[in-house]
Design a protein around this ligand. Structure first.
Ligand code: UDP
Length: 236
């Protein structure tokens, strides 16, 4: 049984690289598709936002002479590439999915609107919400908080390669300890980098809880759905 009826799952573009230096690792992609299929089988309505960091990030482009707005547009297009790849992987395991885009680009995907997204979710389709917010100077974390609030998700699941929120970066500080749960206010007070501040504030102000968990371990998504406390719950 799932604890949640409708979720917004955020997948990082960087994780899609798997063992590679750039682009999409087919093994990681098919593992994600299999995990999503498992959870769809529980009857959960699934909206997905996927990042683009495995292909292009606007901010890193500026140091190489790219205009920030054009760089961010490139980053948003990168999220569309990843979304199409995920949709294709879902199709190959028999899961119906639709890519909606925050920037008009039919026939690549339908132009996003909240009601269409909910209609598709209610029909049992996985809905992949691509191109972030459609605006530069934002991230896909902010895109997922926005879409999670819009589609009235019960929770936002932030899949990362770390298994939750720690007192410090566990990859740098071996003494760091993990929180089972933490409030948004404590995230600010401790200066923790769970998501960017815009995304954190969106979730806080609209009361959308976030679960940070390790999506790269196969089976974890289902465990979170079934209420196992394997990540960190962030709430008001
Ligand atoms: N981006 C943007 N507006 C948005 C979402 C994303 O401009 O609403 C751009 C931005 O340049 C960002 C890139 O798309 O660096 C890829 O997204 P992100 O860095 O969030 O991907 P992730 O870190 O999750 O792989």
């Amino acid at each position: 049984m799932s604890q949640y009826k409708r979720i917004l799952l955020k997948l990082s573009g960087e994780s899609l690289m798997g063992g590679k230096q750039y682009g999409i690792d087919e093994k990681r992609l098919s593992e994600y598709a299999a995990q999503i299929k498992d959870v769809a089988g529980l009857g959960v309505q699934i909206g997905i936002v996927i990042g683009g960091g495995n292909i292009f990030r606007g901010l890193s482009g500026t140091s190489k002479g790219f205009d920030r707005v054009k760089g961010d547009q490139m980053g948003m297009l990168a999220t569309v590439i990843n979304s199409l790849a995920l949709s294709s992987a879902l199709h190959s395991v028999g899961v119906k999915s639709n890519v909606l885009t925050a920037i008009r680009m039919e026939p690549v995907g339908e132009f996003y609107n909240k009601w269409r997204a909910i209609e598709l979710l209610e029909q049992g389709h996985v809905v992949i919400l691509s191109a972030g917010t459609g605006n530069p100077f934002f991230t896909t974390d902010t895109g997922s908080s926005l879409r999670g609030i819009e589609i009235e998700a019960d929770v936002m699941l932030k899949g990362t390669r770390v298994d939750g929120v720690y007192t410090a970066d566990p990859e740098k500080d071996p003494t760091a300890t993990k929180f089972d749960e933490i409030t948004f206010d404590e995230i600010y007070a401790r200066g923790l980098k769970v998501m960017d501040l815009t995304a954190t504030t969106m979730c806080k102000e609209n009361n959308l809880p976030v679960i940070v968990f390790d999506m790269d371990t196969v089976g974890n998504l289902k465990k979170v759905m079934e209420g196992e406390k394997i990540g960190t719950l962030v709430h008001n």
